[in-house]
Design a binder for this molecule. Structure first.
Ligand SMILES: [Zn+2]
Length: 225
């Protein structure tokens, strides 16, 4: 999740011709955008399990997934299982980070419920292996949080699964950012252009924030949303 864009409020000063000629009698009108560039909603694309088998396309010079994002100038978040990361994993993460992608934590061991003891070590591993990356967000393996208060001691936000997958424009709990799972393979997840567009439309209709959680990335196409 790349947060900086969401906190940029764009203010447009809309002066009518009448206001210009009669400023003393007409108050200027301002509009504050909910999202950057006055978009109706926001989307974050996130990829899990990086460093584990079958996830290589999400990052790196030879990653078709990252290449698709780079071609459009879009950024993603790549959540790394740091205990599974090889030297090649970190090389690819550094490459992705240099292109503007976020490298974040997906625990050390990807155990059933992430223990609190992995919060700091996974963050430190990212920081040490991807110089400059602060690693301020986390995704919980298997949708099990180690605890909101514990997470927020180390991270500004955590991504989780959700039955209602669009997060409101001002999240009430940054340790529980909703996401919707997509991807090929055994998860049976939605994975077509229509599926992605429908999720984007959901976010737009509610002025909310859609977070795509992609599993089993084989090859992707960016559909212009
Ligand atoms: Zn995972």
């Amino acid at each position: 999740m790349t947060f900086t864009v969401f906190y940029k409020f764009f203010i447009v000063h809309l002066l009518s011709a009448l206001a210009i000629t009669s400023a003393a009698s007409t108050a200027p009108t301002f509009e504050i955008g909910t999202w950057g560039n006055f978009c109706q909603g926001a989307i974050s694309h996130t990829f899990d399990d990086y460093g584990m088998s079958g996830t290589g396309n999400a990052a790196g010079a030879n990653g078709a997934g990252e290449a698709a994002f780079d071609a459009k100038g879009f950024h993603s978040t790549i959540f790394v299982v740091t205990g599974s990361a090889s030297a090649a994993t970190w090389t690819n993460c550094k490459y992705a980070f240099a292109k503007g992608h976020e490298i974040a934590s997906h625990s050390v061991t990807h155990s059933g419920t992430m223990p609190t003891s992995e919060l700091a070590p996974s963050q430190n591993a990212v920081r040490q292996n991807v110089p400059g990356e602060k690693c301020v967000t986390i995704a919980y393996p298997n949708c099990n949080t180690p605890g909101d208060a514990q997470v927020l001691q180390y991270y500004i936000a955590g991504r989780n699964c959700a039955a209602s997958p669009v997060t409101e424009k001002s999240p009430g709990n940054f340790a529980q950012i909703n996401s919707k799972m997509f991807g090929a393979g055994s998860c049976g997840c939605p994975n077509t252009a229509t599926d992605f567009n429908n999720y984007a439309d959901q976010a737009a209709l509610s002025n909310g924030w859609a977070v795509v959680c992609s599993q089993a990335l084989a090859a992707i196409t960016i559909h212009g949303r």
